[in-house]
Design a protein around this ligand. Structure first.
Ligand code: NCD
Length: 447
């Protein structure tokens, strides 16, 4: 039996920060207490020396591009970058090639992950205009959720047949996670700018094309449909202040039928950075104004926004360094999401407890993930040790993404992830992925 004792940590868990020790046997946290002493010789002891111990982050939205788009990213590189960023579990999206729209394709992805993933994994099934019967067959006990693109993005998975959509909302056995941007509004806006600029539309107009209105029309339609059908809806990557009125903080997360996510890039960037960063910060939905950014932050603290995710969506530099209409939307984020949130902590904008709630506890509650997301007895030992005072700068020689670039390049983060444990095994230490694969398929506690 493998036994690990982490001593002298500042443990961040369930709204508290307290000094303590954590004892692990095999993959399970066996004891969390003020002081634990090694009970036998074969216990491996890590002295945390006051560093902060967090539950491993659970990222509910990543695009690891495998199969079919592995020139951009793959499960091995993506999950290695994830553990370097303190993300110990990920839920991956269906816009791969082939798309994850049949049970067979879904199982193929699980098989790839079983061979290659460095972090615990699950996948979302993809809904289309014509796979309702297949959706009905997906087992909610073994698959994370159903992803619907209610706005076009990478991978041509737009679901725009209103009648089908209502049927999906009525009959989905899975929680529905939706990308909300109204297609017609985007098309009309794009046509207007294309008339003026051709393909080389200045990037600053991205949030005018993928506009607030496009987001609001689509999110409100999805929320209305969820209310009408009783579907369990989770709206992905909120980007505007206006949409926040659609969400509520009146109930505890476990009782909410409609929930919402915010992504790192919408919290970190705003439209003032388009001139400097260009298409490297082109995302769908677009990064919008400073006012939107501030409203998102407030809604996160007020619990109108339930989880923080990355929407890690790499494209190569060559693909990104293109004129507006040809540069794909999306960027790599898993390695830098937690350091970015910890930077907000340093700036006094959010507490460590809140970061842990939104990145670790809440994804586990929302997706009913079994025994993860907390530093608790009986839970899986997915843990991250963080040095809050060890500045480092994002640069090409420490970026682990297959695409080799980051929108955070040249950013100095004050906090560093020093150790990541997945199911009780140390898999990452001080800028080094240790080559130890100990990931498991996520399981769900759903009745
Ligand atoms: N977020 C993005 O801008 N792009 C994502 C798709 C998506 O989630 O829209 C991608 O897969 O490239």
């Amino acid at each position: 039996m493998k036994k690990i004792l982490i001593k002298n940590a500042n443990i961040v868990n369930e709204g508290k920060v307290f000094e303590g020790d954590v004892y692990i046997e095999n993959d399970i946290i066996v004891e969390v207490a003020d002081s634990i002493s090694a009970k036998s010789q074969d216990v491996q002891v890590y002295d945390a020396e006051g560093k902060y111990l967090l539950p491993g982050v659970i990222d509910d939205q990543v695009h690891f591009r495998e199969p079919g788009l592995t020139h951009k990213e793959d499960i091995e590189h993506g999950s290695k970058a994830a553990i370097a960023g303190g993300i110990t579990s990920f839920i991956e999206m269906p816009n791969t090639i082939p798309q994850t729209t049949t049970i067979e394709k879904l199982e193929e992805k699980f098989a790839i992950a079983a061979e290659k993933a460095y972090a615990n994994y699950s996948f979302m099934f993809g809904g289309t205009n014509d796979n309702l019967e297949e959706i009905k067959k997906v087992n909610p006990k073994t698959t994370a959720a159903l992803k619907l693109f209610l706005g076009s993005s990478t991978g041509n998975m737009l679901v725009d047949d209103e009648k089908v959509l209502e049927q999906i909302f009525k009959h989905s056995p899975l929680l529905i996670a939706a990308h909300c941007e109204d297609e017609q509004t985007i098309k009309d806006n794009l046509a207007k700018y294309k008339e003026e600029f051709g393909d080389d539309i200045p990037i600053i107009y991205h949030p005018e094309i993928r506009s607030e209105e496009a987001c609001y029309i689509s999110s409100s339609r999805a929320v209305a449909l969820a209310k009408k059908t009783g579907a369990r809806l989770h709206v992905f990557h909120l980007s505007t202040a206006k949409e926040l009125a659609l969400f509520s903080n009146k109930k505890p997360l476990k009782d909410k039928k409609i929930t919402a996510e915010v992504c790192i890039h919408h919290l970190w960037f705003n439209n003032e950075q388009y001139n400097e960063k260009g298409t490297h910060i082109k995302w769908n939905p677009a990064v919008k104004t400073k006012k939107d950014q501030e409203a998102l932050f407030k809604a996160l603290l007020d619990d109108k926004l339930d989880v923080i995710a990355t929407d890690h969506a790499p494209h190569t530099k060559e693909e990104k360094n293109n004129v507006y209409t040809k540069a794909p939307s999306g960027g790599p984020l898993v390695q830098h999401a937690l350091p970015a949130m910890l930077e907000f902590y340093h700036k006094g904008k959010i507490s460590l407890e809140k970061i842990v709630e939104k990145m670790c506890h809440n994804p586990a509650i929302l997706f009913e993930i079994e025994k993860r997301g907390y530093i608790k007895e009986g839970y899986k030992a997915d843990l991250v040790l963080v040095d809050l005072n060890a500045p480092w700068t994002v640069q090409s020689d420490n970026i682990l993404y297959k695409c080799g670039w980051s929108p955070f390049e040249k950013t100095t983060f004050r906090s560093r992830i020093t150790h990541t444990f997945v199911n009780g095994k140390l898999v990452y230490k001080n800028f080094k992925v240790l080559g130890v694969r100990n990931a498991e398929r996520l399981t769900f506690d759903r009745s």
